[in-house]
Design a protein. Structure first.
Length: 182
């Protein structure tokens, strides 16, 4: 059931569109969470980059900095994080060559991740590192290509709904994931 229908049936006064990008909001299966339906919404992107930097322990890129750099066109995907124009970054208001060098050093020092960290770092809804690791172990997957080629992610502790969310997320982000791996 969509958000508008639920709000109407129950006479709820709740938003039905994302306040950031204007896309339709969707309600979770348990009716506890509203999320933007646009996978490329600025708010979702900020959360995704924040999750990525947390997973890889990249300091110096907090949410405010991420949003500032996104707004300035410094990056728009996770793979862009590894192609930053540091001269452009240094020229932004509030930044300097020193701050650009610090961000570069942090990104360069944290380029390695396990397969589970890498996939969960893309912040696919309902799919954390433990879930990804369960799938890797159960299906005996060694590489990203093995993971992408897997046709069924269900296993002990991973049901159909989570498997579908993971497949959808992989379908959406596969190109950027491959670019990030380069």
């Amino acid at each position: 059931m969509d958000v508008r229908t639920l709000a109407s049936i129950h006479n709820w006064n709740m938003p039905t569109v994302c306040p950031v990008c204007g896309a339709e909001l969707v309600i979770s299966d348990n009716h506890k969470q509203l999320t933007c339906s646009n996978d490329f919404c600025k708010s979702k992107f900020s959360g995704r980059i924040s999750k990525w930097t947390e997973k890889l322990q990249i300091m110096e890129l907090g949410l405010t900095t991420i949003e500032t750099l996104y707004d300035a066109g410094i990056f728009a995907t996770i793979s862009d994080l590894y192609k930053i124009d540091y001269k452009k970054l240094a020229s932004l208001e509030g930044f300097s060559k020193r701050s650009a060098d610090i961000i570069k050093a942090q990104i360069d020092a944290h380029r390695q991740a396990t397969l589970a960290q890498f996939i969960s770092g893309y912040n696919i809804s309902g799919v954390g590192e433990k879930i990804v690791q369960r799938i890797i172990d159960a299906k005996k997957l060694d590489t990203f290509d093995d993971f992408i080629a897997c046709s069924d992610f269900t296993c002990e502790g991973v049901g159909d709904i989570t498997a579908r969310k993971l497949r959808k997320g992989l379908d959406i982000f596969e190109n950027d994931m491959r670019e990030t791996l380069k």
